[in-house]
Structures are given as structure tokens and as C-alpha cells.
Design a binder for this molecule. Structure first.
Ligand SMILES: Nc1ncnc2c1ncn2[C@@H]1O[C@H](COP(=O)(O)OP(=O)(O)OP(=O)(O)O)[C@@H](O)[C@H]1O
Length: 229
């Protein structure tokens, strides 16, 4: 099995591409969903966040007020570092569990949908391939305005707070250009899926796992025969 990281920019079309991939039967892990799960009420990460940030980051129902937390860390790099140090480890553990699950189910590759993949460069090293869902900045702005009901000024501000999408192109080895219509995107995703399915990159890990399993079973058999049979 091998890992494929998928990312893009705000409103560049990641969810649109992921939906097509899911319909094709691909295994997709959504880092955003995991990030929400690991800070649910009662989890160790939730308790640590309340301890360090206080009860003012909680909603009335006791859940984390993600907007408030987001605005605190946006302007305070130290607190951002603290929050990352609390959440990164459980997110990675949850990711690893899902990857292993898909491995046992026999998937050849797993797509990791990670919004800040190209910003947090250390994760890239674990990926066999990286996909950038690209959209030209003008179309991206229009789609963001339309989807979020934002003014042009607010949309530009949101875009300016991110790494420009054009600067991510050289960091990815596969690019899906979602600047055109949905059908053009779908065709590109189909081609990409076919290419990944045909890749033999999944073999080394599978052969290693098979060899290890065979070794363990053989050892157990030898021990059993020696002591009990
Ligand atoms: N090819 C396309 N043609 C027209 N509209 C599109 C196309 N692709 C995506 N959209 C629309 O653009 C908006 C952004 O797309 P999408 O939600 O897939 O982006 P995203 O990268 O997942 O966004 P975010 O990360 O900000 O949640 C949505 O309203 C979606 O319906």
C-alpha cells in the first residue's frame, strides 16, 4: 500500500475531487474530520485544551468553540504552537489507525485529504504522491464568494491569509486543474485513479507484511510442535 496526499487552497475544489474519488471506491482519510474527533468532549486533547486555554473556549453545550479557538491562535503564534502540540499527536495516531485498517482491507493506496499538507512540509515525506487540486486564483475567488456569501474584500482577505495556490504547484507531483467545468475535473480524476490503480508501488509494503506474517506463523508452528506435539 502507498499513501497519496491531497491538498489545495480554500474553495479550490478538494471536496469536489474527494467526492468523485469516494464514489470510485477509493479509501480517503479526511484530516479535518479526525481533527474534530480528537478534541471531542472528554478526550485527553479536549481536557488539555480546556486546562491551557480556559473555559472561555467552550460553547454552552461544553463543546469546543472552534471559531473562538481559531481567532485566538490566529494572532498568537505561541498559543498556536501549544494547540498544535496538543492535537498533532492524537491526529497522527488516529490517521495511522485508519491507514492500517485500509491496509488490512486490501486497499492499494489511501488518499489523505490534508488541508495544510504543503504548508506543514514534514507530512509530505510520508507520501508516495502528492495531489494539488488547483484552481486559478480568479475562479477560486469567485467560487469562494458564491459559496460563502462573502464580499469580494473578505474573500480576498481569506485568500491572502493562505499560501498562494500558484506557489503550491511546484510542490505537488500530480495536479488536478479544477478551473474548468465539473466534467473536465471528473475526467482528470478518472485518469488519475486509473494511474494510481495501475501503479505497483503497493507491492513492497504488501510483500513485507506477507513475509512478516509468514515468519510469525512459522515460528509459532515450530514452537507448538516442539513443546506440545
Ligand atoms: N468545477 C467546478 N465548477 C463549478 N463549481 C465548482 C467546481 N468545483 C467546485 N465548485 C464549487 O466551488 C466551491 C468550492 O468547492 P469545494 O467545496 O469542493 O472546495 P474545497 O477546496 O473543498 O473548499 P474548502 O477547503 O474551502 O472547504 C463549492 O461551492 C463547489 O460546489
Amino acid at each position: 500500500m502507498f499513501l497519496v496526499g491531497l491538498s489545495g487552497g480554500i474553495a479550490s475544489g478538494k471536496s469536489t475531487v474527494v467526492l468523485i474519488l469516494r464514489k470510485l471506491g477509493c479509501a480517503v482519510i479526511d484530516a479535518d474530520v479526525l481533527a474534530r474527533q480528537v478534541v471531542q468532549q472528554g478526550t485527553p486533547a479536549y481536557n488539555k485544551i480546556v486546562y491551557h486555554f480556559g473555559k472561555e473556549v467552550l460553547l454552552d453545550n461544553g463543546e469546543l468553540d472552534r471559531e473562538k479557538l481559531g481567532s485566538i491562535i490566529f494572532s498568537d503564534p505561541e498559543k498556536r504552537g501549544l494547540l498544535n502540540s496538543i492535537t498533532h499527536s492524537p491526529i497522527r495516531k488516529a490517521m495511522l489507525k485508519q491507514i492500517l485498517w485500509y491496509f488490512f482491507l486490501g486497499y492499494r493506496y489511501v488518499i489523505l485529504d490534508i488541508p495544510l499538507l504543503f504548508e506543514s512540509r514534514n507530512l509530505i515525506h510520508y507520501m508516495k504522491h502528492t495531489i494539488l487540486v488547483y484552481c486559478d486564483p480568479q475562479t477560486q475567488t469567485e467560487r469562494l464568494i458564491l459559496r460563502n456569501g462573502l464580499s469580494r474584500e473578505d474573500a480576498m482577505k481569506r485568500l491572502a491569509s493562505q499560501l498562494p495556490i500558484d506557489s503550491k504547484v511546484p510542490l505537488a507531483d500530480l495536479v488536478i486543474n479544477n478551473s474548468g467545468d465539473r466534467d473536465s475535473t471528473r475526467q482528470q480524476v478518472l485518469q488519475l485513479h486509473a494511474r494510481l490503480e495501475a501503479s505497483l508501488s503497493y507491492l513492497p509494503v504488501r510483500v513485507a507484511a506477507l513475509t512478516m506474517t509468514t515468519g510469525i506463523v512459522a515460528c509459532m508452528w515450530i514452537l507448538l510442535r516442539r513443546f506440545w506435539l
